[in-house]
Structures are given as structure tokens and as C-alpha cells.
Design a protein around this ligand. Structure first.
Ligand code: ADP
Ligand code: ZN
Ligand code: ZN
Length: 740
């Protein structure tokens, strides 16, 4: 017998199957992992197909060395998915396969933990007799008594009862009185205890959307877009839908953005589904992740809740995939292959006959457009739970504040509301989209901004340790005493970050508990969880933070939310800046008034007339969509076109630019006289917006391509071009999450 094997080497040249001989006695099925000789190396590989005949000289075919597992690590449907990813994202098959397996499995980096158990080897009905006969050793008598329940007992448990138990057990094993069993021990990643979370009486809106979705669990593939305002009770809908799937013997995957995957969220599910649920996220240790993956693979956990990569969880007989906060950028992978978990969700559901629910209070323009076109069924939950009102939102024009002589970062309105909130013992959340103290440090004499020497970005001042930090490469410098370019001592931190807001708040409200949550305060494994829990328990009155606090969190005591600088993200050079700002502000506002008391929101901005802000104040998704959709249509941005770019990076900018220009010329040369040329609406070679990151100079060939069936040919040809040798390192990006 022979097996066709994909060898785990991520290179074009070996992106095909190789034939190996199956040694006698080795039992293989497709999807199993093997080790094979490859050249002079030993490599992991995956069995694709078994075959009786070799298609070339059997003498030349090498045998498989080992098969480390007893089960196929790749389900057939995931194998198909891997093939689809290879086609769609133009990557070698083994790279697509790697997405499907816990990284720890490759190269056997994590060992399976085992535990020894003991059980009776003599028949149960003879045990009383054996105990009675056991007069010489009290310990043996005790052991037999312990085991007389017929169950397996762990060695650890036995040790606690009987001193020096092991040698005695070994003697008893010799006499065939007991036997040893080695079992895998699964590490458990759950933090703390699980809250009791009872089922609630569903609201009419929740009933309504569920009644649309549930029948499809038996009918098969169906994509939905669930547009439910913040606080409309979407989580309860997910739980009920998943439960229905489980009742039908099916599994479920719930995708959640990493930062929303709080203990609160996990507890909600855990308290309903218990051991039948597995959690996959980046804060798990390698061992925990491996074990969770195996619990899923072996069918011990049929429900998976996790971040982006959980979309590849080996759930069999899939009933439903839910993508919570579907508008989140983090669903798009930043490393290659740059897959989009939403696309994978749709295609997995299609392939496996499952229901797909994309859900958000602020759907992405793309998904909402798909729903309007009828590709997804739109379901709406326009009201908050128990008819709680959406928070009332007030916009403050900070230019006006300045004219009135208020130079503080807090407007009069926000300050007054904060005062009241603090005085009446309630909780407030303040949002500012930048960590650190100041956004930049500038020289007041020559105007120079201090930039990172390794990246083309300004450095951020951190007051805690008086350092300048680069948020791109992590470089840290002490704050210089003089301007690096003109030596003047008049250098000054400008702009605002979370640390500065915190400092200001401490001055304004001495003695009031304040929690700051940003990347700097959440580096520890559980720091994020702990801060959230402290705030929930009322240990602080103000929670201040970056977008980390903007989403998903449900704090019923919060009555006031402030967006200190709402337009910070509006001025990013990205066609999605308006969409992202709108989403962020609606989400931030949505944190207010989730309990019994109504919520208030203050949005501070320098651009109060911007349509994204106006719509956010009214929390009017449809109005925003209508305007943004028109704008994209007029300026030919996605979803009307595709943004495609070659990103080139090199030590020298000359190499990077030369490469970009070469690629642009090649494109013109190759397609200029073909009908495909009409699909290219825009083509430009240039420095990338951030021209250097970590000492690598960056250039780009930016293109806008028309959506058209034959555009695929164009992209396929470009994928080939990206693989050629250049002076710079080149990757091709299709609608990348970031155009920086
Ligand atoms: P969303 O995800 O839509 O923003 P959540 O799922 O966080 O909203 O729900 C908001 C709040 O409403 C939560 O505190 C939740 O426990 C509560 N809730 C959900 N469904 C019900 C219900 N049927 N009755 C009462 N409270 C509910
Ligand atoms: Zn200067
Ligand atoms: Zn840097």
C-alpha cells in the first residue's frame, strides 16, 4: 500500500503530493499525520489519499517512518477547506493545513500529559473474598477495599490514602490483582468559578429572530446577518440557537473578537453548556490550547467559543457558526495567508450544511450590502432589552470649547456629567483611542517631531517611566533633554493619551477609584480579566481605556460614557476611516445605560459636522450606511471595487521603490493591451503610507480593481508575479485590513 502525502514544508516547489510506502502493520487513513524522510531530513506530513499501486518505480519509493497519532488530525471537510484556502489565497496547501492544527502539534512541541490509574484485575464478585483473605498486609486490604467499587482510581488519589502505595501496587500487579491504566490528562484553562447564569424569559424580538433561524438547523446551509442594537440581548439569542443545535446532535462555533472574549462571555456559555464547551484564544498556554483542541477533535466538547482561528476548530456535524461583532477588523488575519474568518465561516457553513449568523450592532458595510442584495437574510433587533432606551448622546464641539477659553481635555458638559456621576456613586467609562501619555513629542523651536529611528512614525511619550516608545516596533528611549535636531531644550509632549487622561482625572477626583485599561496595563496573562472584574465589582468608579473597553463589555452600573477625542480615527488615511469611527463610537456609546438606569454619552470632537459622527450621535446605522454606501460607489471603493496591493519591503528605500516600479511596469506591459486592462481602475507605485517599520523600508503598488468575473485571472497572474525574485521582499494583499 502507498500513501499520497503533503509534506509540511511551506514552499511552492514542494506544494504537491509525494508518494510513500506504508510499512507493514502501520494503519493509516486520510487526514493522519506521519513523519517521512524528505531528502536528508525528517519532516511531518499529512496523508491525503491511500492507493494500491505506485505510479512509478516502487524501488524508489521511501517508506513512511512513523504515524504519531492514532486518529486523523484533519477531518475530511477541513481538508477540503484547506484546498479551498490554497486556491483562494494562493498559498501552499501545507500552509492552509497549518491553520487547522494547533501550532503546538507541529514538531511535537507539546507533550500529552498523562495520569496513571489503577483498577481491579480480579472479577468484582471475588473481591470480598480477596479482602477477607488479605490478613498479612493492612495496606493491601485497604487498596482492595478502595478498588472494590469497580471504578478506576488515580494513583494520586491512592497515594493520598496509602503511604508508599506504588511498590505495593506493583506487587499486586505481579499477582494479577490490579492493573494500571495510563490516561491522557487534559489541562483545563478556565479561570475562576462559573457564575450561575439562568435562562431568561425571551423577549418578543429574541423569539422572533430565533424562530427565523432555528428551522434552518434541520434544513441546512443558510447565512443570516443579525443587526441588533447594543444591549438588544444578542448573546442570549446565540445561546438558545446553540442549544437547539446541540439538541439535534450538532456542534457549534462562536467566534468573538479576542478582546471581547472576557471571563464574563466565557462564563455565560460555560454555565449553560459546561464541559461540552471548549475555549480557544491566545491567552491559553500552549498545552491548554492543545488539550482544548483535542477535546473538540474527540467530540468531548461540541461547542467552541474562540477568537479568529477557532473558525478551523475540528467540530464534526456542524450545526451553526456565529460570528459576534462581525464588523471587527480582527477577523481578518494579518499574516499569510490573509484569510478572513467571515468568508471562511460562510464557506464552512455552505460546505457542511450549517446555519451561519453574522451579528453586530454596526455591521460592516460589506455584510450589510450583501444582506440588502439578498445574499444574507437580514434579521433585526432594533430595541434594547426590556425596552430600555438607547443612551442619549450629546456631541460637543471642542473648537467652541477652546473659543470659550476651556483648554482642558474635558468639555464643560462632560465635566459636569462626570461630577454628577461621581457624586451620586455611579460608574463612568471614558474612551480615548491612544495609549501612553502624549501622542507625540515636538520641538517648539524648530517644529520637529521625535520619530522612531527604525519606523516612520512619531514616538509616544509614556509618563509612567518618562520614556518615548514606538508603538510599531516597541523601541524605548528615555525622553531626551533637548531637541535631537536643533538642540533646543523646548521640547514638549503634545496631544493626549490614556495616561494623561488618567493623570488629569486623579487631579480632578482625588480619592476616586480609577482603572486604566490599555495595552500597557494588560500585559499579564489575566490582567485584562482582573481589571474587568474589579470594575464590575465596583472597586472603581471610572474605567478609562482604549478600544479595549469599547466593545462587548456589559457593566449595568455604567450610566455615563465619554469619548474624549472621538475623531482621532477619522483622519487615518484609509477609505474605511469613517466606517471604523462610526462603529467605534456606537459601540462605545452602547456601554452606557445597560442596567436599570438610563445612560448618557458625551462625544467630544473637532469635526462635529462629519456624517459619521452625526449618524453615531443618533445611533442611526441605516443613515450611516446609506451615506457611506453612496460615497464608496461614487469614489469606487470596496465593496464596489477591490483594493489590491503589492507591499514591498527592503533594507534600502531604493530597492523597495525600484521593486514597486518594476512591478507596476510589468503590469502595464502585460495587461496594457489586453481586455483585462479595463479592470484596473487605479495603479500607482509609491512609498507606503508608513514608509519604514522596524528598519524595513516599505513601498507599494496600490491598485483598485473592478469586481468582475475575469478579475480573478488578473489576481492569479499577480500572485505569480509576487512570487518572483526582486530586490525587495514582496507580498500581494487583497483588500487588506490595513493600508498603512
Ligand atoms: P448585546 O450583545 O446585544 O449588546 P447582551 O447580549 O450583552 O446585548 O445583553 C444585554 C443585557 O441584557 C445583558 O445583561 C443580558 O444579560 C440581558 N438580557 C438578555 N436577554 C434578556 C432577557 N430576555 N431578559 C432580561 N435580560 C436579558
Ligand atoms: Zn528643534
Ligand atoms: Zn519603531
Amino acid at each position: 500500500m502507498y500513501a499520497e502525502i503533503i509534506v509540511d514544508i511551506a514552499a511552492e516547489a514542494v506544494d504537491r503530493v509525494f508518494t510513500y510506502a506504508i510499512p507493514d502493520g502501520m494503519e493509516l487513513v486520510p487526514g493522519m499525520r506521519v513523519t517521512v524522510p524528505f531528502g536528508r531530513m525528517k519532516k511531518d506530513g499529512f496523508v491525503i489519499r491511500l492507493k494500491k499501486e505506485a505510479d512509478y518505480d516502487p524501488q524508489k519509493i521511501k517508506p513512511i517512518l512513523t504515524a504519531p497519532d492514532t486518529y486523523p488530525v484533519l477531518l475530511p471537510q477541513l481538508m477540503d477547506l484547506a484546498n479551498e484556502i490554497r486556491e483562494k489565497y494562493h498559498c501552499p496547501l501545507c500552509e492552509a493545513i497549518r491553520l487547522m492544527l494547533p501550532a503546538e502539534m507541529r514538531g511535537n512541541r507539546v507533550k500529552v500529559k498523562t495520569e496513571e490509574y489503577v483498577r481491579l484485575a480480579i472479577p468484582l464478585d471475588q473481591v470480598d473474598e480477596a479482602i477477607a483473605k488479605e490478613t498479612r498486609s493492612k495496606k493491601r486490604k485497604l487498596i482492595l477495599t478502595l478498588l472494590s467499587d469497580g471504578e478506576m482510581h488515580s494513583l494520586e488519589e491512592m497515594r493520598a490514602m496509602v503511604k508508599d502505595v506504588r511498590p505495593i501496587l506493583l506487587q499486586m500487579k505481579e499477582k494479577e490483582m490490579v492493573s494500571f491504566v495510563v490516561m491522557e490528562k487534559l489541562r483545563s484553562p478556565y479561570l475562576g468559578k462559573v457564575d450561575e447564569n439562568q435562562d431568561r424569559q425571551l423577549t418578543a424580538e429574541q423569539e422572533e429572530v430565533l424562530s427565523e433561524m432555528i428551522p434552518w438547523l434541520s434544513r441546512g446551509h443558510k447565512p443570516f446577518l443579525l443587526h441588533g442594537v447594543t444591549g438588544s440581548g444578542k448573546t442570549e439569542v446565540y445561546i438558545r440557537l446553540v442549544r437547539e443545535a446541540v439538541k439535534k446532535g450538532k456542534g457549534a462555533i462562536i467566534l468573538v473578537p479576542e478582546i471581547v472574549l472576557t471571563p464574563q462571555m466565557i462564563n455565560w456559555f460555560k454555565s449553560r453548556f459546561g464541559e461540552n464547551m471548549a475555549v480557544l484564544h491566545s491567552r491559553l498556554s500552549a498545552g491548554e490550547r492543545f488539550d482544548e483542541w483535542r477535546r473538540i477533535r474527540f467530540g468531548n466538547a461540541r461547542i467552541v467559543i474562540g477568537a479568529r482561528s477557532a473558525i478551523f476548530a475540528p467540530v464534526e456535524n456542524l450545526g451553526v457558526i456565529i460570528v459576534d461583532e462581525e464588523h471587527e477588523q480582527s477577523y481578518q488575519s494579518q499574516s499569510f495567508p490573509q484569510y478572513d474568518a467571515r468568508d471562511i465561516a460562510i464557506s464552512r457553513c455552505h460546505r457542511e450544511g450549517a446555519v451561519c449568523v453574522l451579528a453586530s450592532a454596526t455591521p460592516s458595510i460589506y455584510s450589510y450590502a450583501m444582506a440588502r442584495r439578498g445574499d444574507y437574510t437580514l434579521l433585526e433587533m432594533p430595541h434594547r432589552i426590556l425596552n430600555r432606551p438607547l443612551p442619549s448622546v450629546q456631541m460637543v464641539d471642542m473648537r467652541q470649547e477652546l473659543r470659550l477659553g476651556n483648554k482642558s481635555m474635558f468639555s464643560k458638559a462632560l465635566k459636569e456629567k462626570l461630577d454628577t456621576c461621581i457624586a451620586t456613586g455611579q460608574q463612568a467609562m471614558l474612551f480615548i483611542n491612544r495609549r501612553g501619555y502624549a501622542s507625540s513629542v515636538n520641538c517648539r523651536k524648530c517644529g520637529e517631531t521625535i520619530r522612531c529611528q527604525r519606523c516612520d512614525v512619531s514616538m509616544t511619550y509614556h509618563s509612567i517611566d518618562k520614556t518615548l516608545r514606538c508603538h510599531y516596533c516597541g523601541e524605548i528611549h528615555p525622553l531626551p533633554k533637548a531637541c535631537p535636531s536643533c538642540a533646543s531644550p523646548y521640547i514638549k509632549p503634545m496631544g493626549t493619551g490614556t495616561q494623561k487622561v488618567e493623570e488629569e482625572l486623579k487631579k480632578m477626583y482625588p480619592g476616586v477609584g480609577i482603572i486604566r485599561m490599555d495595552m500597557d496595563t494588560t500585559t499579564g496573562k489575566n490582567a485584562h480579566f482582573e481589571l474587568v472584574n474589579q470594575f464590575r465589582a465596583g472597586k472603581a468608579q471610572i474605567l478609562l481605556g482604549t478600544q479595549m473597553i469599547a466593545k462587548g463589555l456589559d457593566f449595568p452600573q455604567v450610566t455615563l460614557v465619554g469619548a474624549v477625542m472621538a475623531d482621532m480615527s477619522l483622519n487615518f488615511p484609509d477609505y474605511r476611516a469613517a466606517e471604523r469611527t462610526f462603529q467605534l463610537l456606537v459601540q462605545v456609546a452602547g456601554r452606557a445605560g445597560r442596567g436599570e438606569k438610563p445612560g448618557e454619552v458625551v462625544i467630544q470632537t473637532y469635526q462635529p459636522d462629519h456624517y459619521a459622527l452625526e449618524a453615531a450621535v443618533r445611533q442611526d446605522y441605516r443613515a450611516f450606511f446609506a451615506q457611506e454606501f453612496e460615497r464608496r460607489k461614487k469614489s469606487l471603493y470596496p465593496p464596489f471595487t477591490m483594493m489590491v496591493r503589492f507591499l514591498c519591503d527592503a533594507r534600502d528605500m531604493d530597492d523597495a521603490i525600484e521593486t514597486a516600479e518594476k512591478i507596476r511596469n510589468e503590469i502595464t506591459l502585460r495587461f496594457g493591451n489586453t481586455p483585462l486592462w479595463r479592470r484596473i481602475l487605479y495603479l500607482r507605485a509609491d512609498e507606503a503610507p508608513i514608509s519604514k517599520i522596524q528598519d524595513r523600508c516599505r513601498s507599494q503598488v496600490l491598485m483598485k480593481l473592478l469586481n468582475h468575473p475575469d478579475t480573478d485571472q488578473l489576481i492569479a497572474a499577480m500572485q505569480e508575479m509576487a512570487k518572483e525574485e526582486y530586490a525587495a521582499h514582496v507580498v500581494l494583499e487583497i483588500n487588506p485590513a490595513s493600508l498603512a
